[in-house]
Write a protein that binds this ligand. Structure first.
Ligand code: FE2
Length: 192
């Protein structure tokens, strides 16, 4: 199998009490694994068989191949946005950019939460850098993500129900609070 499920960069119970081991077992071990599996089946013996994942996401037409490649990429990115040593406030250049774009970190988090909560159906909330260099909050539906739009992804929060339903049921706001407690600012800062 050409595409592999990346290992989580922490233990299944590392994000407790914010995100449970059961959520990660299903989210990484079932949902993400299924996207990888399906991508392998769809790409095998086609012109996409040897193309890099990021290239497939950028170039594939809308449809199952794009959906499974993009979900694979989005999830691999999402796992890195979380850390058991996460939370708190960003620092340095990242903090300056956030203050420049949103006033302060609390204001940024409030806007991000509002955008994520208002997303109708399954999708993703992002902090991205736009081509003009400014940071912006975006939401995308289903498997869609920043690579397709020419935005540089800095941070994402998975807003599919499978990301939070085991721990928080319908309460997206509680999931978003939990997300900020484990957000990996170091990873985000390294993307700038
Ligand atoms: Fe997900």
């Amino acid at each position: 199998m050409r595409f592999k499920l990346p290992e989580l960069p922490y233990a299944m119970d590392a994000l407790v009490p914010h995100i449970s081991a059961e959520t990660l077992q299903f989210h990484h071990g079932k949902h993400h694994a299924k996207y990888v599996d399906t991508l392998n089946k769809l790409a095998a013996k086609t012109e996409w068989a040897d193309v890099r994942l990021e290239e497939i996401v950028r170039r594939a037409a809308p449809g199952p191949l794009f959906n499974n490649a993009a979900q694979n990429w989005n999830h691999s990115f999402y796992w890195q946005c979380l850390s058991p040593r996460g939370g708190g406030d960003p620092s340095g250049k990242l903090a300056d950019q956030i203050r420049g774009g949103f006033g302060d970190v609390t204001g940024f988090q409030r806007e991000f939460n509002a955008a994520a909560s208002e997303l109708f159906g399954s999708g993703w909330a992002w902090l991205v850098r736009e081509p003009d260099g400014r940071v912006a909050i975006k939401t995308t539906a289903n498997a869609d993500g920043p690579l397709v739009h020419g935005w540089v992804p800095l941070l994402t929060c998975d807003m599919w129900e499978h990301a939070y339903y085991i721990d928080y049921r319908h309460a997206k706001k509680k999931y978003l609070e939990a997300f900020w407690n484990v957000v990996n600012w170091e990873f985000v800062a390294a993307r700038l």
